[in-house]
Design a protein around this ligand. Structure first.
Ligand SMILES: Nc1nc2c(c(=O)[nH]1)N[C@H]1C(S)=C(S)[C@@H](COP(=O)(O)OP(=O)(O)OC[C@H]3O[C@@H](n4cnc5c(=O)[nH]c(N)nc54)[C@H](O)[C@@H]3O)O[C@H]1N2
Ligand SMILES: Nc1nc2c(c(=O)[nH]1)N[C@H]1C(S)=C(S)[C@@H](COP(=O)(O)OP(=O)(O)OC[C@H]3O[C@@H](n4cnc5c(=O)[nH]c(N)nc54)[C@H](O)[C@@H]3O)O[C@H]1N2
Ligand code: SF4
Ligand SMILES: [Mo]
Length: 762
């Protein structure tokens, strides 16, 4: 077989960097301008206006970007943000590539481009195959592609040699069918993007509150007394969340931001849905910013809890004793444990000054309607699960759970990542779920634990997995340890990508590779003269419909549910209790099947209309019967201890304003004042001085875990307000530094936010 000379990292060349001061306000007129620029450039004016007017509307389609919910009372005109518009422009672009393009450009040549350049080519418009002796993709028919996959699956010695990855953009219908096919085929190898994302939240919340999802609804934010926004950059990654925070502020609520960086969206927000936002000076968001050092949230929260406990000891009602008595387990142990920590030590570790601690205590002192919102700043650490549990401690002690305007808000990433998990994308075995499949569908799913993301990487690397199928995503660039992951993928006999746009996982492939092009959210999925709709679940557990309206980019692409069902039908040759063929034609059959198999989804057809319906949530009902002693669990969490050597720094890998995960829309990070460059390292000015580094000096980043040295080449240092010994750089350029075998305890989420590195000046 041919050894392809593909580049795993792509171009590492610099562009022409420009720096400005970080911005003091988010969104506003400039946000509208940038959104429209992206839209018009990619889609033209008419298509842009049509698509934007339907996004997040009741009879329209769900924004393909993040999972932030729409208001319960229905959407306003322009119920989207700049980055939602960019995501739409990116998928609904009129640029496209096909077999002729790949005839001209080999995978070797394309792999030398940057991820930004790869995304520029546009949509993939026909199914393509890369034969084992070729460097050029060529067109293949859908049926030939299904037959090839089915034949290779049949040839495996063991179903566990196949892996079925899912990225969180798929609909409930597609994810359900995909999970069903994996199980019917015989494996639970279903890693998904949430293994790299909110898995730590799922584990922590299940253990403490009995459900791996958040407890609040969008409207709860409006009248909360205090909202903590922790390890999250909403101005960029969940921009409409700022409208909810603005409402909360208007109602007298307070916002505390806990983040090593003072992110612009949390400073001030100009709401583009209002004239005052477009032309006025905007609304200040955070009342208090706590610049915690990377991965030092636990010392910070312990310190706040100690202060609150001592106030409670004198005043008696700072904690909600009635609530604790009735619903909470582990109070005495927690109070005893808190007493063993030294306040000065906690203060030093978290890096916050005393005045700010006092201010935070003052805000929390009498509040009981408290919401904690968080994202990747908490989950992607070795102790990601404990980070979240520590914040849950605060909520439980304050009685801020299971009542209006209070609770947990893990802000989900991909627009349907939560739904995918709800309908069965999981590597764990759920016996109840399997029993329902057996009863209603007539086959027995496997009961052996499957592989998660890091498990999948290892299995491919070690040659234990031979076929790797991906429903969306860009596994190579999203997973940790890029070089290791690449070797694993290249070990496979067959890799299959169901995709909308070109990415590096199409270029660094198994021996044979297939690309199966699919619809974007905004596209019209027609069957027998009717437009078909799909359903999604948002970050707050609400299920609703999504229906595209744009003419699809090509007649030779297929919807995800249709192509999965057709593949399954080819594999089983019509000889299976599930009627795959009919399901590929009629999504109501899929939904009826979900109704029966997945608890909480009953009668989706009716209930998903309009603003949709909420899935059951035990926390909202204050039902903790599934937990020890039937109560919510306080927990004793350890202080993280990284033992940085003298020359070591702690690096977090973060998103710029111009990307959606591994899809790079542009080279600017406007809010942080960085233009036209992504290979930058944000560094504290005093650290730069100590290291004798000047602005724009070029450094290489090294990590060294278990004696293995990993390097990310060529980054320009820029001075930034970030705690000393902490650094930030963008994902995915820095994923090469994250060791495949270092991940969060229990959730196994890679440690993408706390990587120990050293710097080498070029
Ligand atoms: N436009 C756009 N929207 C997106 C995405 C995108 O790439 N682009 N991605 C989507 C996805 S899949 C996800 S998961 C979300 C991600 O949303 P975020 O989690 O907001 O994304 P990150 O850029 O990873 O930002 C993490 C934040 O955590 C802070 N942080 C890092 N370490 C720590 C720590 O130890 N403690 C605290 N308190 N803070 C810390 C960082 O400074 C940063 O502000 O966004 C979703 N929405
Ligand atoms: N170092 C570091 N690594 C990280 C993170 C980090 O913060 N730091 N974050 C992690 C997180 S939170 C996540 S969620 C993962 C993301 O991991 P993934 O979900 O695997 O990656 P994405 O970049 O979102 O996937 C983009 C690709 O999906 C395809 N696509 C887009 N829309 C559709 C669609 O509608 N259907 C189909 N079938 N395909 C589509 C396109 O081809 C596009 O190239 O990355 C993780 N990796
Ligand atoms: S907040 Fe998220 S879901 Fe809403 S429009 Fe913006 S990107 Fe889309
Ligand atoms: Mo994510």
């Amino acid at each position: 077989m041919l050894k392809r000379e593909v580049s795993i990292r792509g171009s590492e060349e610099f562009s022409d960097i420009r720096l400005k001061e970080p911005m003091k306000t988010a969104a506003g007129m400039l946000g509208v301008k940038v959104a429209l620029q992206h839209s018009f450039k990619e889609m033209g004016v008419a298509r842009s206006i049509r698509a934007l007017s339907e996004m997040n509307q009741e009879d329209g389609f769900d924004c393909p970007s993040c999972a932030w919910p729409n208001p319960e009372k229905g959407s306003k005109v322009a119920e989207y943000c700049e980055n939602g518009a960019k995501a739409l422009a990116d998928e609904a672009t009129t640029k496209y590539i096909n077999g002729a393009f790949f005839q001209k450009h080999s995978v070797e040549e394309l792999s030398r481009l940057s991820d930004y350049q790869l995304n520029q080519f546009g949509r993939i418009t026909e199914p393509l195959m890369l034969k084992s002796d070729s460097v050029h993709y060529e067109p293949i028919t859908w049926q030939a592609a299904y037959t090839l996959i089915a034949d290779q699956l049949h040839q495996l010695k063991n179903p566990n040699e196949a892996i079925f990855y899912t990225s969180g953009r798929s609909s409930n219908e597609a994810a359900y069918l995909y999970g069903l096919f994996a199980r019917a085929f015989g494996t639970n190898n279903m890693p998904d993007c949430s293994n790299m994302c909110h898995e730590s939240s799922g584990v922590a919340l299940s253990e403490t509150l009995g459900i791996g999802k958040g407890s609040i609804k969008l409207e709860d934010l409006y009248e909360a007394e205090v909202v903590l926004v922790v390890g999250q950059n909403p101005g960029t990654n969940h921009p409409r969340m700022l409208s909810a925070l603005e409402k909360c502020k208007r109602n007298g609520g307070k916002v505390i931001s806990i983040n090593p960086l003072e992110e612009t969206g949390l400073v001030n927000f100009k709401n583009p849905q209002k004239a005052s936002g477009l032309f006025g000076k905007g609304a200040d968001i955070a009342d208090l910013h706590l610049p915690v050092r990377i991965n030092q949230d636990i010392p910070l929260i312990k310190l706040l809890l100690k202060k609150l406990a001592s106030l409670d000891a004198t005043e008696g009602n700072v904690f909600d004793h009635e609530f604790i008595e009735q619903y909470v387990d582990g109070y005495a142990e927690l109070i005893k444990d808190l007493a063993t920590y030294d306040e000065q030590d906690l203060l030093r570790k978290c890096g916050i000054d005393t005045d700010n601690i006092t201010a935070a205590v003052r805000l929390l002192h009498n509040a009981s309607k408290i919401v904690v919102c968080w994202a990747m700043g908490l989950t992607q650490h070795k102790n990601g699960v404990e980070n979240i549990k520590e914040y849950v401690n605060l909520l439980l002690l304050k009685g801020a759970i299971g009542k209006p305007n209070a609770g947990t808000c893990p802000v989900r990433g991909h627009s349907n990542v939560q739904g995918d998990r709800s309908v069965g994308i999981m590597h764990h075995v759920n016996h109840d779920f399997n029993a329902r499949i057996k009863t209603h569908l007539g086959f027995t799913p496997p009961d052996e634990e499957g592989l998660d993301t890091v498990g999948a990487m290892k299995a491919m690397y070690e040659g234990d997995a031979k076929i790797f199928i991906c429903l969306g995503g860009n596994f190579l660039m999203a997973a940790s340890d890029t070089e290791y992951t690449a070797r694993g993928i290249q070990n496979c006999d067959l890799t299959v990508q169901v995709s909308t746009k070109l990415n590096r996982t199409h270029l660094v492939t198994g021996k044979t590779a297939l690309i199966l092009p699919t619809f974007g959210r905004s596209e019209k999925d027609m069957k027998d003269g009717n437009i078909r709709y799909l359903t999604m679940e948002d970050s707050m557990g609400r299920v609703r419909r999504s229906k595209g309206l744009l003419r699809p980019i090509s007649n030779n692409i297929k919807s995800e549910p249709e192509l999965i069902a057709e593949l399954a039908d080819t594999y089983f040759k019509g000889n299976h209790p599930v009627d795959w063929k009919s399901m590929s034609q009629n999504y109501e059959l899929i939904r009826r099947s979900i109704d029966k198999v997945v608890k909480g989804f009953e009668n989706t057809k009716e209930r998903s209309k309009g603003v949709g319906y909420y899935l059951p949530n035990n926390v909202r009902e204050l039902d903790f019967s599934m937990l020890p002693n039937g109560k919510a669990q306080l927990s004793l969490n350890q202080l993280p201890d990284h033992k940085l050597k003298n020359d070591e720094f702690m690096l977090m890998t973060i998103r710029s304003h111009d990307q959606f995960n591994t899809t790079i829309y542009g080279l600017d990070d406007r809010y942080r004042g960085v233009y036209n460059e992504r290979r930058v390292l944000f560094m504290n000015a005093s650290d730069m001085q100590e290291m004798k580094l000047a602005k724009f000096d070029v450094v290489h980043l090294h990590s060294s875990y278990d004696g293995v040295k990993r390097t990310a080449n060529m980054f320009k240092v820029i001075p930034y307000r970030i705690p000393s010994r902490n650094l930030a750089a963008y994902f995915p350029e820095t994923n090469v530094l994250v060791p495949y075998n270092h991940f969060a305890d229990k959730s196994r989420t890679p440690i993408s936010k706390s990587i120990k590195i050293t710097l080498e000046k070029e």
